[in-house]
Design a protein around this ligand. Sequence first.
Ligand code: 2M8
Length: 421
Amino acid sequence: MRGDTDETRTRAVSVLESNRRDGYTIPSATLYPFQWNWDSAFVAVGLVRADPAAAKREIRTLLDAQWRNGMVPQIAFWSDAEGYFPGPEEWGIAADRTGGTVRTSGITQPPMVVPAARHVYERTGDESFRDAVLPALRDYCEWWRTERSDDGELVWVRHPWATGMDDSPAWRGPLERFDPGDVEYVREDRKDEDFAAQRPTDWDYDRYVALVRQGRAVDWDEKRLREESPFVVEDVLTNALYVRACESLSEMFADAGDEEQAEEWDAQADATRRALRERRWDDELGLYVSHDLVSDEPLSVPSVAGLLPMLAGVPDDYQRERLRETLSAFLAYDRVVPSYVGPDVDYDRYWRGPVWQNTNWLLERGLRRVGFDEAAARVREDSVSLIESEGFREYFNPETGAGRGSDRFSWSAALYLDWTA
Ligand code: 2M8
């Protein structure tokens, strides 16, 4: 068995090497030819097991794309690679907004880079890495709470792409509310015929593109977008990772001897954690849900995102026991954990049902944090065996285990290195 694992690990390293560009790793050579924010964070988590110097560089390159206001963008277009829409012209971000080093998109992604940086520091013990990244990580966390929070507790996003779970059924309500009009564009993500049933629908894409064009039309004026955008959502996954980000920041500051900053970020983690526990719990579904700030309504769907506050130490005793019951619906599959288990589930389509390695990795750690060790072991076992039977696919059908989306996908390779270390 270990022989098979070693052989798969060698292949994982070679996938990451072939997807590596100058200082960063692209998610997939066939679909995503630039640097993506939380992809790089997951890559660093696994890469530190095989090539610590490359893992540190991955994070530093991502932070080199940071905007002047502290935002770390969803995509950094370090090259002029073709084959992805929307590219830098479509986003139309003025150079004085970014750090000036690279063209970027106009949104962020869940703040996984902060816990990932901490993970890399923990494994390497490299204090110069810690000290070099701390200011940028702090500015990023500060940006979230000043620019992206109405109450200083929960943070919001203004595009489904910013949530990382692009076509999650949770976003249907807010997206249904607006008419994107006649948006013209050419999709680049469905060259392969099979992909039509595995990628987001045109209905979703029309709205994704309309939201980008709305941002560009107001020159990415945050205040106006907060007031006028039809999509302003407190995403439960982003908030769970924001708590983890603040905890990680606090731990790194404490380690660097800066008690004041350590306390400040610990208090922030506490405030967001408490808000999730008290305001984002859905007792009927038995998990946490995102919230639509435009209509002031909960987005009550059974998404794996709603389990991830476990990772942030959110549940009280009552919620923990309810979550144990809810988990049984997510674990009732041959291969776990599906990204969504509601009535209109689609096991082959993107974030509408398939199993993803990154949410599995977060969930496994969440389950351990609340003491659900058996469930955690199951998630880990299935994650590893899906890769061993299907390869480093982007996502997997939970009923059949079949690999879906692109192949040689970076975070699947990286997280395999961490799962099997
Ligand atoms: C997917 O999203 C991108 C836009 O960011 C896309 O479909 O074009 C998502 O799975 C997202 O979570 C991921 O970061 C990205 C790159 O792997 O692909």
